[in-house]
Design a protein around this ligand. Structure first.
Ligand code: 13P
Ligand code: SF4
Length: 303
């Protein structure tokens, strides 16, 4: 059955001049049929380098929006229209304007896990793989970091010379990884290294041997001489970890490392997206132009 669907996807891709981008959190079988799989920074950047006229996005809305913002001439189609990241909606424009009024010198640093509307109000975007580097190099001494509180605090800890204003956004998946479970996993696997995504809570990050984006976690585990790892991020990452490291062991820390939005994307939805070339990401041109500035600045500063 899957082989038949995979064959259809290959055929449709050629017919429609489409390329499939997928995030590490989607199901392994979807990662398998994608042309490019990566973290949110890689995918945003890759979207600007693709010659095909159609991008099928296997990820959540903000990722597809970023691809469209940076490539207005392309058709960007979501494999599932309803795959959305709740964190992206945890801040509103009024709050940004309020902080700007009270702190006119602060840079509004926007984690890409945000809507196009929020990006349009921000000075620069960051992802978990480049937030540290970009914030460090900004000329501003004051930073309003939105929307993720955990990533913001993680960055702030390493840049004590800057003053941070935080927001209270969070990822429910990473927040549900509890320190107690991490400690239990460590006890059960004493030789394993703990690798965590910076969206995890501060106490979990304090326990981690390595903190990084999904790509950075994969790269670290792949380069490491160690054979066992406790993984504190969404379970979709296990597919690539195991593919690249068949001789290594990866352990989860419970049963809640599951992003229901990423998991909405099925092979069948990819077929439908290819057949219909929809649902397409559509953005008003005025907002798109405003949202493109912080994203382009990110691509520039991350170099
Ligand atoms: P990455 O930037 O590591 O891909 O993370 C995206 C995300 O949604 C994390 O929950
Ligand atoms: Fe959003 Fe968390 Fe899912 Fe990432 S894992 S898409 S931050 S809900």
């Amino acid at each position: 059955m899957n082989e038949e669907i995979k064959g259809r996807i290959e055929k449709l891709k050629k017919e429609k001049d489409a390329v499939i981008l997928a995030h590490y959190y989607v199901d392994g079988e979807v990662q398998e049929i994608a042309d490019y799989v990566g973290d949110s920074f890689f995918l945003a950047k890759k979207a600007t380098e693709i010659p095909a006229s159609v991008i099928i996005f296997c990820g959540v809305s903000f990722m597809g929006e970023s691809a469209k913002i940076l490539n207005p001439q392309k058709k960007v189609v979501m494999a599932d229209q309803h795959a959305d990241c709740p964190m992206a909606h945890m801040i509103d424009v009024d709050r940004i304007r309020e902080v700007r009024r009270d702190h006119p010198d602060a840079a509004v640093v926007c984690y890409v896990n945000s809507t196009a509307e929020i990006k349009a109000e921000s000075d620069v975007c960051v992802t978990s793989s480049n937030a540290l580097k970009i914030v460090k190099n900004l000329p501003n001494k004051e930073i309003f970091f939105i929307p993720d509180n955990n990533l913001g605090r993680y960055v702030a800890k390493q840049i004590p010379e800057k003053k941070f204003i935080f927001h209270d956004g969070f990822c429910h998946v990473h927040k549900s990884i509890h320190l107690g479970e991490v400690l239990k996993a460590r006890e059960a696997k004493p030789n394993a290294l703990v690798l965590a995504h910076p969206e995890c809570t501060e106490d979990v990050l304090a326990e981690a041997d390595f903190i990084g984006s999904t790509s950075q976690i994969i790269d670290f585990a792949t380069a490491s001489d160690q054979k066992e790892f406790i993984i504190c991020t969404e379970m979709g990452i296990f597919y690539e970890l195991q593919l690249k490291n068949p001789d290594k062991k990866f352990y989860s820390v419970g049963h809640r490392q599951f992003c229901p939005n990423m998991k909405r994307i099925r092979l069948e939805s990819v077929v439908e997206a290819l057949e219909n070339l929809g649902p397409e990401v559509e953005l008003g041109e005025k907002m798109r132009l405003k949202a493109a500035l912080p994203l382009q600045r990110m691509l520039e500063l991350a170099k």
